[in-house]
Ligand binder design. Sequence first.
Ligand code: RB5
Length: 151
Amino acid sequence: MKVVVANDHGATALAKKIVNHLKERGFEVNYLGTDTEDSVDYPDYAYKACSEYLKGGYEFGVLCCGTGIGISMAANKMHGIFCALPQNSYAAEKTKEHNHSNFIAFGGRIDYPEDPLHILDAYIDAVPLQDEKYLRRIKKTVEIEETQKLG
Ligand code: RB5
């Protein structure tokens, strides 16, 4: 089971913890960096990780920046990417069950109410629900993008 991980300089330490945790859980991790705290631009890392994910063969992806906001916003500009930025493990579980998110984002400078690794575990251990209402809402979400493209 493969996972792709990328981050900017605002979350290098957290991303490295996440990579180790994923490996401990038995995942094969494709870590795309940045692996230093030298300033980089988060959209570049969102693009790298999402492009890699879209080649196929990945279970999900993890993106981190200072707040998690910029990198998740950039990721969600890509067709086929559903990147969640959960506040806690409840939201992490629900985004997998209800939104079928294929990416999860974290903020390296955020003071989370619980260990971010627990939040990640809640996401990993949740199972997407096949309920018709959840699928309908995802389809409607995709349709917003398609409708906008058509003008
Ligand atoms: C980088 O300084 C910071 O802006 C970035 O990591 C992120 O928080 C943006 O959303």
